[in-house]
Design a protein around this ligand. Structure first.
Ligand code: HEM
Length: 462
């Protein structure tokens, strides 16, 4: 606990309705409501959502206190329990010593040397999508969200499990959609019908979980029988590592259930977020042809006309990285990160009650005008080295922070740089002129509502 100030007071509470508090305002327009709060209160505010007492933080300093300096006073909030119905006791949802041990086991799979070996595969997967695009009729819009989801799904399964999901991409995407809708509904409802009752939503959710689970078990089974592993791969993947891991004291290996939880977590956490970030980046590039032209000329300069990125050359795609970072500033896939206070804490003179939920919001921090000049404007120059250094570190948190920082952050950045450079080198992206309004839909992640459709055309320099 941070030491109590000599005098402290209660956090301001935002007015709401009897019984439902601020739930309705939040559910109707979560991002708009959060921004209204940010405009009205300086440091933090208390709201009542779905019967829960929640503190929304607005400053980088307090966000750092929760995620880093005083992280031991905080556990993941109830929202993660909803995810745990599906993800079990995997890295994202577990706590304490158990989490620490699992994190230690999984971490080496994300070391730089390993990522270096994966760059080639990331590029190959992107080239495959590009060859589909070559035969696409430019007069027809392309469903970019579906393409990005398929691509990142193939990359994460190849990289971490050395296999792919082949024809099952569409089925997995649909299952993922049902799971996200269930989680979203569960988080926003006062009363939830227990899963054992066969309501249409529950049935859809259970079927979706069963579908993804069957694929995961299939991957594990195949590995146990050593049936599928691409011979050209030169690394042990995460699945190898998790299967080979032994408890330091007992020497025991991971149970099938734990293996399932870890694999499902990486599988889910590792692709939907990245797919959304890429879709948003392409959406922004379609609106800013000058920026797209710079990304394209960087790709030509660093990779040549037809060169394939390697780990080292990808690191030289610095402007592309700035574009990725700026896209995640405006549309951070993980837009809120929730924690529960185990004991009383203090944000300056304000008292955070024990057991209350605290929301750190990358979305709000990224649009806070104390840290960003004209925060709603897309401008990759914000991520030049000098500008990045001049900002408080917790003003930009697309991957969270502290010990629970996203384990896949470098993986995701490398992947997004490679994918974006290859796509933009070969294609131009245009918004549809009518009938397709793109709006952010904040569910578990922020995605383009109804999917992003763009017109794509072979780039003239290619
Ligand atoms: C743009 C892409 C991504 C974004 C924006 C993102 C965001 C995040 C955030 C904000 C957290 C922290 C959640 C919290 O503190 O409660 C997190 C955790 C996590 N992410 Fe990511 N992520 C991305 C990509 C990935 C990838 C590619 C993987 C794996 C291949 C991955 C695996 C995980 C795991 C396992 C955790 C839990 C880590 C732990 O608690 O030890 N993520 N991610």
């Amino acid at each position: 606990m941070s030491s109590p100030p000599t005098s402290f007071r209660r956090l301001p509470a935002h007015p709401g309705l009897p019984l439902v508090g601020n739930t309705w305002q939040f559910v109707k327009d979560p991002l708009g409501f959060l921004r209204q709060l940010q405009a009205r209160y300086e440091r933090a505010v208390r709201v009542s959502l779905v019967g829960r007492d929640i503190t929304v933080l607005f400053t980088a300093e307090d966000s750092r206190q929760v995620l880093q300096e005083n992280n031991r006073n905080y556990q993941k909030s109830e929202a993660y329990r909803v995810l745990a119905i599906f993800l079990g006791n995997g890295l994202l949802t577990s706590e304490g010593d158990f989490w620490r041990r699992q994190r230690k086991l999984a971490q080496p799979a994300f070391y730089k040397q390993r990522l270096a070996l994966m760059a080639d595969m990331m590029a190959q997967q992107t080239q495959q999508l590009l060859s589909d695009w070559q035969t696409h009729d430019p007069a027809q819009p392309r469903n970019i969200s579906a393409d990005m989801l398929g691509l990142t799904l193939n990359i994460v399964t190849r990289a971490l499990f050395s296999t792919d999901v082949g024809e099952r991409v569409a089925g997995i995407s649909a299952a993922l959609d049902d799971i996200m809708h269930y989680a979203d509904h569960a988080l926003k409802s006062f009363v939830q019908v227990p899963l054992k009752y066969p309501t249409p939503r529950n049935v859809r959710f259970r079927k979706a979980v069963a579908k993804v689970e069957a694929i995961i078990y299939d991957i594990i089974q195949n590995r146990r029988q050593q049936k599928i592993k691409y011979p050209e791969l030169r690394y042990d993947d995460l699945l190898d590592m998790l299967m080979d891991a032994r408890d330091e004291e007992t020497g025991e290996s991971m149970s099938d259930q734990q293996l399932r939880d870890e694999v499902t977590t990486i599988f889910m956490a590792g692709h939907e977020t990245t797919a959304n970030a890429l879709s948003w980046a392409l959406y922004l590039l379609a609106q800013h042809p000058d920026v797209a032209a710079r990304v394209r000329s960087e790709a030509h300069e660093v990779l040549g006309e037809a060169g394939v990125p390697t780990f080292d050359s990808a690191r030289r795609l610095t402007y592309t990285l700035q574009v990725v970072q700026e896209a995640m500033r405006l549309y951070p896939p993980a837009w809120i990160v929730g924690r529960r206070a185990l004991e009383v804490d203090y944000f300056g003179e304000y008292e955070q009650p024990k057991d209350g939920i605290v929301l750190v919001s990358p979305y709000l921090l990224h649009r806070n005008q104390n840290y960003w000049d004209r925060p709603d404007v897309f401008d990759p120059e914000r991520f030049s080295e000098a500008a990045s250094k001049a900002r408080p570190s917790y003003a930009y948190l697309p991957f969270g922070g502290g010990p629970r920082l996203c384990i896949g952050n470098n993986f995701a950045l490398l992947e997004m740089q490679i994918v974006l450079a290859l796509l933009v080198r070969a294609f131009d992206f245009q918004l549809l002129t009518s009938g397709h309004h793109v709006a952010p839909e904040p569910m578990v992640t922020i995605r383009p509502q109804g999917g992003l459709r763009l017109r794509i055309r072979t780039s003239f320099k290619h």
